[in-house]
Design a protein around this ligand. Structure first.
Ligand SMILES: *Cc1c(COP(=O)(O)O)cnc(C)c1O
Length: 410
């Protein structure tokens, strides 16, 4: 496998109180809250010109100065290509945001952006000598972890709610992960991982319980900036569950600004979209609080957003406030119709999570918070094909048998 050439990592920093930790060892959380990976951004600004990127392969590893790799470290990769940023004018006009672009993360390995996080998390875990990985998951994170663990030759244990989409269960089983269905929610899966980790020798890859997954998700923001010629859009709308995508991108933009690679003067307004079936971040935002309360009885077909309580809640809410963005909840019953609307308008098979962003875009355009001239970017975080239960409950009603008479078609 490829080998990293540079290391600019300086330390790890507790997000809740700034306590610093040495890099170079496997770290988890501080006070039950996440850690940031910090780099020597001044040195990168001095030593690295963004033009170096031109000669590098179009994968997420091209941003290696801003990744937590140590010099000479091997990486675990399934060939994570740069994902396309597609103009969607027909859909955008329907929603009142004609300058809409969708970054299609469904083309990544295992069909979702979760592979960005797991590529980094598994690379780092292997580097630190971990042999056994465990993860509680709403679906896609487990599938991605199982694939990268197989690639790395590590043992994988995946815990998911019993009603997780079948494809997510199958992809874990196919990759040889020990896959357990839990009668409960992702939080119950997380509790099992926590309670049994010591006895089982598991390393816990839960969202934000180790700092490196976030660095992988960050590459969405780095890639977006480079694709737009180092100009950022006016508004980014992101389907928010555990929040790593949104937090990671906001971190990416701060780092790009600090190393002097950005040409835009202004930062995007970050919008977190959630379904009203599970919207703890929206509720906290509306109450003006920094920490979210657990959403009771969460229910949404956007399984990636079925996260009733996120340990990075304050990091999500800080990013929304710092960027002058906001959190928006959309009606659960509109998700499936908007999936259809997107595919019919643009041929782009978006996941239910992303449909929440389209609905939010329309609401914000209608209220005037987004101006029709503004450049809006939405992420298609996963592929629609991973949700057969959701699709078949509705779409099969649209199928009509073709009538056959005497063996000839009419
Ligand atoms: C996990 C997931 C999300 C939520 O992402 P976070 O970074 O955890 O907030 C959104 N969409 C899909 C398809 C996912 O799998």
């Amino acid at each position: 496998m490829n080998v990293a050439r540079h290391s600019y990592i300086t330390h790890l920093e507790a997000a809740i109180d700034g306590t610093e930790f040495e890099p170079g060892s496997i770290q988890t959380t501080h006070g039950g809250r996440p850690l940031w990976v910090r780099y020597d951004l001044e040195r990168i600004a001095r030593e690295v010109d963004r033009e170096v990127l031109r000669s590098r392969p179009a994968t997420l590893w091209r941003y290696e100065e801003l990744l937590p790799l140590e010099t000479g470290q091997e990486i675990v990769t399934l060939g994570e290509r740069t994902t396309p940023l597609l103009p969607c004018p027909a859909l955008g006009r329907k929603l009142g945001v004609p300058r809409l672009q969708i970054k299609d993360e469904s083309l990544l390995p295992t069909g979702s952006f979760k592979s960005r996080g797991q590529a980094l998390a598994v690379t780092m875990a292997k580097h630190f000598g971990v042999r056994r990985l465990a993860i509680p998951t709403a679906g896609n994170a487990g599938g991605a972890m199982a694939a990268y663990a197989a690639r790395a030759g590590l043992e994988a244990f995946v815990f998911m709610p019993r009603d997780t989409p079948s494809i997510n269960r199958f992809e874990c089983l196919l990759a040889g992960a020990k896959t357990r269905l839990v009668d409960g929610l992702i939080g119950d899966c997380g509790r099992i991982v926590r309670e049994r980790s010591e006895e089982m020798g598991w390393f816990d890859l839960s969202t934000l319980k180790e700092p490196y997954r976030l660095e992988g998700k960050k590459t969405m923001g780095l890639e977006l900036a480079e694709q737009l010629g180092w100009h950022l859009p006016d508004v980014i709308i992101y389907p928010t569950g555990g929040g790593t995508g949104l937090i990671g991108m906001w971190k990416a933009f701060q780092e790009l600004k600090a190393v002097g690679w950005l040409d835009s003067k202004t930062m995007p307004r970050m919008v977190a979209a959630q379904s009203d079936g599970c919207c703890p971040i929206v509720d906290a935002f509306e109450r003006g609080e920094r920490f979210a309360e657990t959403h009771v009885a969460p229910a949404t077909i956007a399984t990636g957003l079925r996260v009733p309580s996120a340990i990075g809640d304050f990091m999500i809410l800080d990013a929304l406030h710092e960027s002058q963005g906001r959190a928006v909840k959309v009606e659960e019953k509109r998700i499936l119709p908007y999936m259809k609307k997107a595919v019919a308008a643009e041929g782009l098979a978006i996941c239910p999570e992303t449909a929440t962003c389209l609905i939010a875009a329309e609401m914000l355009a209608t209220s005037g918070w987004i101006h029709p001239d503004e450049h809006v970017v939405i992420f298609n975080t996963g592929t629609a094909q991973k949700y057969p239960e959701v699709l078949s409950s509705d779409l099969l009603q649209l199928e009509r048998p073709e009538k056959q008479v005497n063996g000839t078609r009419r």
